[in-house]
Design a protein around this ligand. Sequence first.
Ligand code: SAM
Length: 202
Amino acid sequence: MCPTEVGHGGVLDRWLEAMLATPGLTALRDPAEARRVLLDDALRAVPLVAAEKGPLVDVGSGGGTPGIPLAAALPDLEVTLLEAERRKCDFLETWTAELPNLRVVWGRAEEQPVEEYGAAVAKALAHPPTAAEWCLPLVREGGAAILWVGPSAEPARLAAVAERLDARVESADAGLVVLRKLGPTPPGFPRRPGMARKRPLA
Ligand SMILES: C[S@@+](CC[C@H](N)C(=O)[O-])C[C@H]1O[C@@H](n2cnc3c(N)ncnc32)[C@H](O)[C@@H]1O
């Protein structure tokens, strides 16, 4: 989907400008590059997210990508931005007035109630095995975790983590991996904060 097709009176242009103007939200400085990475790359997932049922959570939303572009593109979808840093949450909160389908939760993925969402998205959150372990418990049975992964992602490791959480790799295309949750969150998950990064499952 092209950003100009997304409505809300230019809110995405203003959000992008504010991201670049606010210290500590992105290292990107070139506006064209920022648009490509923060906005266009987020909107690539619109068809995948639109195919899922129930509310969406953007885990480790940072300055709001991919959650804010997805909320603007899919105004009937409830979108939660989950972010561990309070200062970033303050920035994210400023967009909820213009995007009524958006809410912000300050906290860590490992400390949230489980199985509250139809789908989770995560972009640049952590290494894919860690991101998968943080996202899958948040999703209901039958739902999906959708991860943006780089070329160095190791598909076998991701598949192994998915299996431990009763999920499987459903598709992997152009850097977007869909993990389908097949059953309830297995006992023992989420592990306590820090463990997924310190001792990855695979
Ligand atoms: C590198 S930033 C990426 C932000 C954004 N998704 C993007 O693509 O620009 C990762 C973000 O995840 C947040 N984060 C890290 N671990 C987290 C956790 N366990 N739960 C929630 N947020 C977390 C960090 O505070 C940070 O803002």
